[in-house]
Ligand binder design. Structure first.
Ligand code: PBG
Length: 333
């Protein structure tokens, strides 16, 4: 071998950990995570079983988690209510009640003045008997989710949660025009500082199963999937269209969901908008790593860190993950 070959030796910078750290392109801190939390009522008679170590918290437990999250430096938590079956109806009307469960949770949590943004999912699925994100209607004997009737409900739901103290509202329903509609209602009531974190790109994914189990929103209707409103995973262009629409309609931040199977979409989406875009590592993705780790096939810590860095590297401003608190601990140790 000649003395000058090879000229380029990329392994040189990989050879010692301090050099690897010095040239690392991607960083993560507590500022990069949003923590999803399932909240249940004190007398919730659903089984309080957990999902791979993630419980349904009572409000008091929720406070403890938020205290802990504050210590760790988390900046945002997303609250998902567990609604008792007897409170559900055809149209999800309980979601619109100022005296409903989540508005009362918000008022309770607000008293604690955590330095954490309280984010609320805006969609009807925990509240409808069908488990769908909107109001059902029938046309020519075909049942479908009615876009504009659903918008009316989402607008009211948004207002009620803004009035109860939500910092950020997260429409996750994939109805057309909802960002413009919700923004208009918020502004008309002077909630100009309540932000909209839009689930702009949400695919009809098989990876939401554990979440639906946790909030008790398993699809129980003849309409067995959400493909008429959530997106087709064969498509990229409509994802970029959704991103540009939600930007134009007044969203402040966007979500791409699920996470890992859609890194290509994330990378392209960040070129179409200047808004911050978050990746959601959804419940099924969390479960894949957790279960593989339980079988000893992957190391949980390594797998969560690797996926978190992947989201950031692909262009995410922040990451929504059930493993947020653990990841922050692992980053610090
Ligand atoms: C509600 C909503 C869902 C998720 C977040 N908000 C379920 C769905 O759309 O069916 C899924 C989150 C996860 O799986 O972790 N619309």
């Amino acid at each position: 071998m000649s003395a000058t070959f090879p000229v380029k030796r990329p392994r040189r910078l990989r050879s010692r950990s301090f050099l690897r750290d010095l040239v690392a392109q991607t960083t993560l801190s507590a500022n990069d995570f949003l923590l999803p939390l399932f909240v249940r009522g004190e007398n919730c008679n659903l089984p309080t079983d957990s999902f791979l170590g993630i419980p349904r918290y009572s409000v008091d437990e929720c406070k403890k988690v938020l205290e802990n999250a504050t210590r760790k430096g988390i900046k945002a938590a997303m609250l998902f209510p567990v609604i008792e079956p007897e409170k559900k109806d055809e149209t999800g009307s309980y979601a619109l009640r100022p005296d409903g469960f989540l508005p009362s949770v918000l008022r309770e949590l607000k008293k604690e003045k955590f330095p954490i943004a309280l984010c609320v999912d805006i969609a009807l699925d925990p509240y409808t008997l069908s488990g769908h994100d909107g109001v059902l209607a029938t046309k020519d004997d075909i049942v479908y989710v009615h876009n504009d009737l659903t918008l009316e409900a989402l607008g009211q739901m948004s207002l009620v949660h803004a009035q109860s103290g939500a910092d950020v509202l997260c429409p996750s329903d994939m109805m057309d025009g909802r960002i413009a509609h919700i923004r208009k209602i918020l502004d008309a009531h002077n909630f100009i500082d309540v932000s909209l974190l839009s689930y702009a790109v949400k695919y009809a994914s098989s990876l939401y199963g554990p979440f639906r189990h946790m909030v008790g929103a398993t699809l129980s209707h003849d309409l067995k999937d959400k493909k008429t409103y959530q997106m087709d995973y064969r498509n990229e262009k409509e994802a970029l269209q959704e991103v540009m629409l939600d930007d134009a309609e007044g969203a402040d931040m966007l979500i791409i969901k699920p996470g890992l199977p859609y890194l290509d979409i994330l990378t392209k989406a960040v070129t179409k908008t200047t808004l911050p875009i978050f990746a959601y590592q959804v419940s099924g993705e969390y479960a894949m790593i957790k279960c593989a780790a339980q079988y000893g096939y992957v190391n949980e810590r390594d797998a969560f860190l690797e996926t978190a860095f992947s989201f950031k590297r692909a262009g995410a401003s922040a990451i929504i993950t059930y493993a947020a608190l653990d990841i922050i601990d692992w980053l610090n140790n």
